[in-house]
Design a protein around this ligand. Structure first.
Ligand code: HEM
Length: 329
């Protein structure tokens, strides 16, 4: 009785504690074991690291939405942000299969349907779907291999961190600008393609990895050695201590994105380019849409409902995950 009287007034306070004040999880990341011999790659160092630590299939294929969400949860990312990112992956997978671009046969794999909620890491390769130009560690699609780590591209980033032990918002923003300027100078497609979506993805990615590896989520301060390990080896540090659940959210990322943007010495040029890129996208859209198809609102409604039904009927639940060599899940 006395115990409950003492503890009950404190309960609302405990539930209000900020995740960063809760003890950090030291056991959530399995040790690095590397990719399976037949593994496929993505252009994302973090999802490749999930594969390399056995947090998803170590061959990088047949990854369910839930598996990649669980992996993100182990980094302290909340369920809404997990869902947003994993939905992008699933859409990329469905796009690959619908357009016959999927390189891994799926049609005889039990539980994995064309419309199912799963993807292969190399489904994320499609340029300008999620993958974009001016990456920190990959070449632009128009200039070379946009999937694998590029020591040449990465060396431009490392030059910015030369002699520093820790990253900062200012240094990351400067490195982003170096990569932006390099792509703009060398890539002839850049002017048409770099738009608001590209910028949101680029800044969001930088905010996310920083928040995962930083001791204090919002500081932007990460050991340069840990940054190198993540990008160069696609591996989490051995002493990695994940943030408590729900520490990294849409809000924490959305707070850091403008900080990175304002710290960017090339932001004026980038704003102009975003305007140009979006205008080019709009021109393409008008070119591809036949407005006659939508002359009356009921036709538009029918078209949308038709697409919705098609999707609903085709959505078969996922069954067991096929076993792969060297896998625990
Ligand atoms: C299922 C979830 C995810 C998907 C589908 C995904 C997808 C991608 C893709 C397609 C790229 C290539 C973009 C480019 O061209 O540079 C990328 C890059 C990147 N992603 Fe992810 N990602 C996911 C989760 C995450 C998470 C959780 C983080 C960080 C915590 C992250 C951090 C990054 C970073 C830092 C890059 C930039 C690499 C570079 O600029 O060289 N990603 N991601």
């Amino acid at each position: 009785m006395r115990f409950s009287l003492l503890i009950s007034p404190a309960l609302p306070l405990l539930s209000l504690a900020h995740p960063s004040q809760m003890p950090r999880d030291t056991s959530s990341i399995p040790p690095y074991r590397g990719p399976a011999h037949n593994a496929v790659d993505s252009p994302c160092p973090i999802v490749n690291a999930f594969r390399n630590h056995g947090m998803i299939h170590s061959n990088g294929s047949f990854i369910t939405k839930q598996a990649v969400m669980d992996a993100m949860g182990k980094l302290g990312i909340d369920s809404q942000l997990q869902n947003l990112l994993a939905s992008g992956a699933v859409m990329a997978g469905q796009y690959a299969r619908e357009n016959d671009k999927a390189t891994i046969p799926w049609d005889n794999t039990p539980g994995f349907t064309k419309e199912g909620e799963w993807f292969n890491l190399n489904d994320l390769d499609f340029h300008d779907f999620v993958e974009h130009d001016a990456s920190m560690s990959r070449e632009d699609a128009a200039l070379g291999n946009h999937v694998e780590f590029s020591p040449k591209v990465w060396s431009q980033v490392l030059d910015v961190f030369e002699g520093k032990e820790k990253t900062s918002i200012d240094l990351i923003a400067k490195a982003m600008n170096v990569r932006y300027q390099d792509s703009k100078a060398r890539n002839k497609d850049f002017k048409d393609e770099y738009r608001l979506k590209t910028a949101i993805l680029r800044y969001g990615e930088q905010a996310m990895w920083t928040q995962v590896l930083a001791k204090d989520v919002e500081s932007g301060e990460v050991s340069v050695a840990d940054m190198k390990l993540l990008f160069e080896k696609e591996r989490f540090p051995d002493n990695f201590t994940a943030h408590p659940p729900n520490s990294i959210t849409g809000t924490t990322v959305n707070t850091m994105v403008p900080e990175l943007f304002w710290a960017n010495p090339g932001k004026g040029d980038e704003i102009r380019q975003i305007g140009i890129g979006n205008a080019m996208g709009f021109k393409d859209l008008l070119h591809n849409v036949n407005l006659k198809d939508f002359w009356h609102p009921h036709q538009l409604k029918e078209k949308v409902l038709g697409l919705y039904d098609e999707k609903k009927d085709g959505n078969v639940p996922i069954g067991d995950i096929p076993a792969t060599d060297n896998d625990t899940r």
